[in-house]
Design a protein around this ligand. Sequence first.
Ligand code: RVP
Length: 498
Amino acid sequence: MAYYYEDASRTFSEYLLVPNLTRTDCVPSNVNLKTPLVKFKRGEKSPLQLNIPFVSAIMQSVSNDSLAIALARCGGLSFIYCSQSIEEEVEMIKKVKRFKAGFVVSDANLTPEHTLKDVIQLKKKTGHSTIAITEDGTSSTRLMGLVTTRDYRISRDVLDKKVSEFMTPLSKLIVGQEGISLSEANDIIWEHKLNNLPIIDKNQNLLYFVFRKDYDDHKENPYELLDSEKRFVVGAGINTRDYEERVPELVKAGADILCVDSSDGFSEWQGRTISYIKNKYQGSVKVGGGNVVDREGFMYLVNSGADFVKIGIGGGSICITREQKGIGRGQATAVIEVAKARDDYYKETGIYVPICSDGGIVHDYHIVLALAMGADFVMMGRYFARFDESPTKKVKLGNNYVKEYWGEGSNRARNWERYDLGEGDKLHFEEGVDSYVPYAGRLQDNLEGTLSKIKSTMCSCGAISIEELQRTARMSLVSSTSIIEGGAHDVILKENNY
Ligand code: RVP
């Protein structure tokens, strides 16, 4: 006879946190959101930690290099999507690792032979008023000079005036040499009252600019997630098919952590993939597994060697797996059961395996619920797809701007490896949809709002760390009537402003 679970499987919106005593030290500025990313032994620290408990989904419409840079800058981590060629994924990883916070590759360049008209056009196109004048008009050849708005007067100068006649030539520029640190570059900027500092190599080729305004930006990001060489930390998705070829390339490119991307991770394909990586690199390459929704799935991946385990089947906003295949579990129930399994395993072995709640975060408070239920961090797709830095197109729909967001199981993504059951190399039916999400602007601005809500909820619950929240949170199921009461009700709203 089939096994029947006694309780219904539940999702986040069915729970509320009951406040605990808010001590005087429970103020948002005291809340520490640092959290372990990979397994560690009792008494030790996780060798990889996140500064905020957020990772971005392994999806074409979410995690490319630009989102990875923006998120690592705020303390989280992206897993670059693997439904692309090995070369393309490697290139994205390299772009994140090469990116030097505060060092910018020039994207407005001309040659001395161009004219004032070209300068004006380029300024209009790029929005940048600092233009590098290089030998061939690209960003990496010999620097000949600079043009800024101080070098010309549109009212006086003729439009066909050659750049060479009004640029500030290299001989009059203050420059930094290759290898200079960001703080040294900024000292020069301050000492000479500059707005920018071109950095060149020994052959005078332009490498980067350091801008005064970016220094302030850098200082405003105390949570940046950096490796030991001060490069951004980045993760990479992998599949259970080409891992023998893909993993070595990703590791070589500098990926800090891998994660097997699968809609159902309780499979021998995944067990093999994880064991292969753990054996080949003797544990030095970190790899997460998933997705699972119960104790058995969790234990299977832990026994295969997983460094963290991801939870969730069917709860993603673009996911139709439950409708199509009839498999899945309410996200809250899945997290609660896996967290118990994780805690039992920790008690027995002294090894703590972090768990990640993946998908189905609709409101910011759902993040706190997931953490309180035992998740160490959350993975989100829809949330990040809305931002400028995600890879998809921003389009106007009616009076509003939206961004495209599609599932990895949709025909558009064609990520058949994620849904692979070992036979064939195509999708027989879709498990995801192609959709739009409301455009929301810059990642950092939105994240600040979300983080302040999370911290405030934690203070109400008397917790100033995730570990304390997990230990002391009290939660209650809510009736469907009280869910209605949770929003604004029985009033005529002037505008929807929250
Ligand atoms: P959400 O944050 O609710 O948008 O969910 C994102 C998650 O949905 C992903 O991390 C992944 O686990 C899952 N996903 C991605 N594609 C699909 C699909 O096509 N069904 N599901």
